[in-house]
Design a protein around this ligand. Structure first.
Ligand code: FAD
Ligand code: NAD
Length: 473
């Protein structure tokens, strides 16, 4: 048998890589993670999930957003106070997170190798690290590998990124700007999360989205409520519009020309039109693996093996759904398969959570999807204003929508917009995945006063409209 330095080497210290490494170590394997950043954690900890959610929480707190209903106006803090508050919260939150990760890895005897990994052969990586301008390179061998290198912002060549007035989401996470106005190009998840954060700071926001609708994977009633809330706040949505040119004027301010000839001017432009796999200089040609045009890798969805059976891939690099939550589970599945403990990937629906202001969350089928499959459905809707908790919070604009199968009374989908949506969705997730339905939700007792009570209100709403013959005696 060939001697390798490690049983398993993971490239990338994000959620997929870390979960895989810990799982392999629990199975008694020798494991190393190679990561090219100063601190472990990946996009999730340093430029993506955690920074954006921490900035959001900080902005909600500094603006008194959650209390606005009871106050005559919103709190106004100067940009310096806001920026200081964000940066101190970011430094504490991310610092704590890195400490926990470091401790988990060391408790599990996982070695962390700092540097950029590149395949030098089927079982060989070269790792290069630059310290004070001097690059050192060494070789590491392993029996099996996981590619969990994640993604980076898509930066087309014709966009004049300059790191100050024309930026991507990495720049925002590194240094939260306070522009006087902002244009966000790309009304996807990242664009809308940041657009609503800026708007909460009372910064005028215009979102340009090439498609006719935003977030097409979310139920349309939820999007109607969401876009209504955005327009009430003055966020301008330019849907079905693409960018003709983006330039900077003599003051360095972005100037956008849309395909209909309209001009948009602002102090800053955030470009969030998707992400691409971080596969450049990974030496994939040395191992016969070819990425697609967006740098993503194809794997067997059951085993997470690439075309080379000893090389696995997981996380954002394999594409949809590209979430921290699903990446972790993919990493675990890959490690279990690699070391003889295959587990079946869950057939259960997973939730989506969008941390815009207000939040959106969703699980299962949308109404359109169920109807397009020819299913007979009944819909139950609860507005947060129908719950006492909504009144106590002064936050009544939320909506919870349940979709039930009219024939077997089972829950098919839940869609929520409003405070707490990303937490509330897990009640729907449990009921849906355990095959529950309208009888459970309408007959169960929820704590009072809670927003969770909206599930009961929605279930009763649907129940009252169901044809009598289908109602249980
Ligand atoms: C702004 C933003 C907000 C987000 N919010 C959410 C959210 O709220 N909820 C959610 O579930 N998901 C969210 N995501 C998505 C989430 O961050 C990703 O799904 C997750 O980070 C993917 O994890 P990963 O393990 O694939 O790799 P990543 O977290 O991308 O980490 C990959 C690591 O590998 C390193 N690397 C790359 N190439 C090499 C190489 N050759 N050698 C060594 N190291 C290398 C990278 O530098 C990085 O450290 C968000 C993403 C962004 C950008
Ligand atoms: N809460 C969460 O779970 C969360 C939060 C942020 C990011 N993420 C992850 O990050 C990934 C990337 O997010 P994203 O928002 O960058 O990508 P995305 O693919 O979700 O959205 C990009 C949007 O930009 C639009 N677009 C593309 N080119 C355009 C152009 N030239 N002009 C105008 N619009 C254009 C697309 O139509 C699309 O709606 C997501 O798919 C998601 O997996 C998740």
């Amino acid at each position: 048998m060939t001697d390798f330095d490690y049983d398993f080497v993971v490239i990338g210290g994000g959620p997929a890589g870390r979960r895989a490494a810990i799982q392999a170590s629990k199975l008694g394997k020798t494991v190393a993670i190679v990561d090219d950043q100063k601190k472990i954690g990946g996009v999730s900890v340093h430029t993506g999930t955690l920074p954006s959610k921490t900035i959001r929480e900080s902005v909600l707190s500094v603006t008194g957003w959650r209390d606005q209903y009871f106050k005559s106006g919103r709190q106004r803090s100067g940009p310096d106070v806001t920026r200081d508050s964000i940066s101190s919260r970011l430094s504490t939150t991310l610092g704590d997170e890195v400490e926990v990760i470091d401790s988990q890895l060391s408790r599990n005897n996982i070695e962390t190798l700092k540097g950029r990994a590149k395949f030098a052969g089927p079982n060989k990586l070269s790792v290069s690290q630059s310290v004070q301008g001097k690059t050192t390179t060494y070789t590491v061998t392993a029996e099996k590998f996981l590619i969990a290198v994640g993604t980076k912002p898509y930066r087309p060549k014709h966009i004049p990124f300059n790191g100050s007035t024309i930026v991507d989401s990495d720049s925002i996470a590194a240094n939260m700007p306070m522009p006087k106005s902002i244009v966000v190009v790309g009304g996807g998840v990242i664009g809308l999360e940041y657009a609503t954060i800026f708007s909460t700071l009372e910064i005028p926001v215009t979102v340009v989205e090439a498609r006719e609708n935003i977030l097409e994977f979310i139920d349309r009633d939820i999007i109607a409520n969401f876009t209504h809330q955005l327009s009430e706040r003055g966020i301008s949505l330019r849907l079905g519009r693409s960018i003709k040119t983006i330039d900077v004027d003599k003051n360095g301010n972005p100037q956008v020309e849309l395909d209909d000839g309209r001009q948009l001017r602002s102090e800053m432009l955030l470009f969030t039109a998707g992400r691409v796999g971080a596969v450049d200089k990974l030496g994939l040609e040395k191992i016969g693996i070819e990425p697609d045009s967006r740098g993503r890798l194809t794997v067997d969805p059951e085993t997470l093996q690439t075309s080379q059976s000893h090389i696995y891939a997981a996380g954002d690099i394999i594409g949809f759904p590209a979430l921290a939550s699903t990446s972790m589970e993919q990493g675990r599945l890959a490690a279990c398969h690699a070391f003889g403990h295959p587990i079946k990937s869950s057939e259960h629906s997973f939730p989506l959570g969008i941390y815009s202001i207000p939040e959106i969350a969703s699980i299962g089928m949308s109404e359109d999807e169920a109807r397009s499959k020819g299913m007979q459905v009944e819909i139950g809707i609860a507005r947060f204003q129908e719950t006492s908790r909504g009144h106590i919070l002064g936050n009544c604009k939320g909506l919870l929508k349940c979709i039930f199968d009219l024939n077997d009374r089972k829950l098919l989908g839940v869609h929520i917009v409003g405070e707490g949506a990303t937490e509330l969705i897990h009640i729907g997730q449990a009921v849906l995945n355990l095959n529950g339905g309208i009888d459970y939700l309408s007959g169960t007792v929820f704590n009072f006063p809670t927003l969770a009570e909206a599930y009961k209100v929605a279930a009763l709403d649907a129940y009252n409209r169901m044809p009598q013959t289908r109602l249980r005696a």
